[in-house]
Design a protein around this ligand. Structure first.
Ligand SMILES: *Cc1c(COP(=O)(O)O)cnc(C)c1O
Length: 397
């Protein structure tokens, strides 16, 4: 049983703030500053370059990869940490395409995060062999699976609406036509139970700064199923993914299995922040997180629908078909979100009209949900969003 009073106490949150944006950037764990400081002093200060071995820096992408593997139902030794999610998507997609050389279609959906689609388009153009990205509406994915499809590339939980794909069913359907799957876990990892091995996923990638709370710019991770681990080529043949990086061979030879997905020098300070964040997850049962996330989300939907008739639910009503966020359509959603933030309730806005709220049971409970509902109701009833200062678009929403 997860102790949510304990988990809440592991985070710093500013006084008076209701934080419903942990799906974009998780808050600071109390243990993180000291863990990061330790890398600087004494590790870096005293060990200098010796830190790569003496402090274990060099192996962190793999040791932390194993800790992540345990949280997403991946086999140990098949997850590695590094780079950003966009880059890991590119690498995994390139590897998957190379395993289906006779096919030319990457299938995705129009709800996918633009960066994933941009990366796919860029890769297709670089390949220059007729590979193309095809996107269909999320509910049409299964029907669009044909024997032309090399890779089905999907984000399990839609970043805008929270709509969740059925990973197992779609992976089965992809395999039925001989396609491989690449799952983006950006809004799944830390939000709901994920079991990559049970689902039969071929490739997966995710980030650690959202629900995992590893901090701004924290590195991503990539999973390659054991069946593909020694066949997968990586388009990004960096020296750290070489079989013997310190031989400085002129010829590239990929490292065994997942280590080949490493690219360059790992970001050790960020990895230390990830390590501190993962320590909290050691004491968390994701099934408890899911149960509580659904309870909080249902409470929020009921409260908002009872008090804010101007808002229309954008997320699926069935909690099984949602991730850990709830979104509402509202024409002046941007201004309304600014008004909410000005009153200490932090969510975010996604164009064109989505107000998005993330529910993260590690540090959000019923009291926060109730305050968010009451604040939103007050803003709606009094049209408090209708002020010029709330309509000035910031660069980051
Ligand atoms: C957050 C997110 C990203 C961000 O990618 P970065 O390279 O880490 O900036 C990519 N894809 C999805 C689906 C996301 O939700």
């Amino acid at each position: 049983m997860t102790e949510f009073n304990w988990t809440r106490d592991q985070f710093h949150l500013p006084e008076g703030v209701v934080y419903l944006d942990g799906n974009s950037l998780g808050p600071l764990p109390k243990a993180t500053p000291a863990r990061v400081a330790q890398v600087m002093r004494p590790e870096w200060e005293e060990l200098l370059i010796g830190g790569w071995t003496a402090a274990g820096w060099h192996m962190m992408p793999e040791t932390l990869g194993d800790r992540i593997a345990a949280l997403i139902g991946a086999e140990p030794g098949h997850v590695v940490v590094g780079d950003t999610l966009s880059i890991k998507i590119y690498q995994a997609l390139a590897a998957a395409l190379a395993l289906r050389p006779e096919r030319r279609v990457i299938l995705s959906d129009t709800g996918n995060f633009p960066s994933d689609l941009y990366m796919a388009e860029g890769l297709a153009r670089t390949l220059g062999n007729g590979t193309r990205l095809v996107t269909v509406a999320p509910e049409e994915v299964a029907g669009a699976l044909t024997e032309e499809v090399a890779v089905l590339m999907l984000t399990e939980v839609d970043y805008r609406t929270g709509r969740r794909h059925d990973m197992t069913a779609l992976t089965d359907a992809a395999h039925e036509v001989g396609a491989l799957t690449l799952w983006d876990l950006a809004h799944s990892f830390g939000a709901l139970p994920v079991d990559l091995a049970a689902a039969g996923a071929d490739f997966a990638a995710g980030c650690t700064y959202k629900y995992i709370n590893a901090g701004p710019g924290a590195p991503a991770f990539v999973y390659v199923a054991p069946a593909h681990a020694n066949a997968a080529g990586t388009a990004l043949q960096g020296w750290q993914g070489h079989a013997a990086p310190f031989d400085f061979d002129l010829a590239y030879r990929p490292a065994n299995q997942i280590a080949r997905m490493r690219v360059g020098t790992p970001p050790v300070l960020q990895l230390a922040a990830l390590e501190a964040a993962l320590d909290i997850w050691e004491k968390v049962d994701i099934a408890d997180v899911r149960t509580r996330s659904i309870a909080l989300s249902e409470r929020f939907i009921a409260g908002v629908e009872a008090t804010c008739p101007q808002l229309r639910l954008a997320s699926p009503r069935d909690p099984d078909r949602r991730g850990s966020q709830v979104s509402f359509h509202f024409e002046d959603g941007y201004a309304a979100m600014q008004a909410l933030i000005a009153r200490g309730v932090i969510g975010d806005f996604r164009a064109p009209d989505i107000m998005r709220f993330g529910f993260t049971p590690l540090y959000v409970g019923e009291a926060e949900v109730d305050r968010a509902i009451a604040t939103l109701a007050e803003i709606m009833a009094g049209r408090l969003w209708d002020r010029p200062e709330f309509k000035v678009k910031a660069m980051i929403t």
